[in-house]
Design a protein. Structure first.
Length: 216
């Protein structure tokens, strides 16, 4: 059993990570600005108030945890885009203050920077809306920042090109920097199975210091 703190715990992806971790018997701290937004109840669930953009707050929450998960991203509204890279920098700064006792950091990433079969990036596709491009590039900037970090154990998990609420199958395929696509060319993952992949990585670390991706 691990002690896991989840930032963005009331979002589409964060809430599913919390549920998956609780399902497996882990101790979860849901870190949010407004605790009233967490309505789930579980003996292994604690709700904490925290600011992902404040390194001191990050350090206070992370102290004693085994893993910190950041589900901070642009999928829950335009106002979240500007926090993607700054939250990565704040999380790393906060964890650094804990030294060797710092927990691992697993961050929800984006699909935009993944390579497609034709050698382009997902974000190079024609016709993508500006809002989506902003999210993709913000996650790309955060990933490039993580790749400069050598003193905090980090992992960045990019979803498939399409991630949305759906079925938990418990199965998925893994790659590193290449988009995972099905034989028909589609690339998708349910938010539930993305959460499965996050908790699998928590339980059996395979991608410390790198980005990986999952899809069907």
């Amino acid at each position: 059993m691990s002690k896991i703190a989840v930032y963005g715990a009331n979002g589409t992806i964060g809430s599913r990570i919390v549920n998956e971790a609780l399902r497996r018997g882990h101790q979860v701290t849901a870190v949010v600005r407004d605790p009233a937004k967490i309505t789930a109840t579980d003996p292994n669930l604690t709700v904490a108030t925290g600011d992902v953009l404040d390194p001191a707050s990050v350090a206070a929450v992370a102290d004693g945890q085994d893993v910190v998960v950041s589900a901070v991203g642009g999928g829950d509204g335009p106002g979240h885009i500007a926090t993607i890279k700054p939250s990565a920098e704040s999380l790393v700064a906060g964890l650094r203050t804990l030294g060797e006792a710092a927990p691992r950091l697993i961050a929800v990433g984006g699909a935009g920077s993944l390579r497609t079969p034709n050698g382009n990036r997902v974000w190079d596709a024609e016709g993508l809306p500006e809002f989506l491009l902003e999210i993709m590039h913000a996650h790309g900037d955060a990933l490039e920042y993580y790749r400069t970090v050598t003193d905090v154990r980090w992992t960045n998990l990019s979803p498939a090109a399409v991630i949305e609420p759906g079925e938990r199958t418990g199965t998925y395929r893994v790659a590193l920097d290449d988009l995972v696509s099905a034989e028909d060319g589609t690339s998708r993952i349910s938010a539930e199975d993305y959460a499965v992949a996050i908790v699998d990585e928590i339980e059996k670390p395979r991608h410390i210091g790198e980005r990986f991706t999952v899809g069907y």
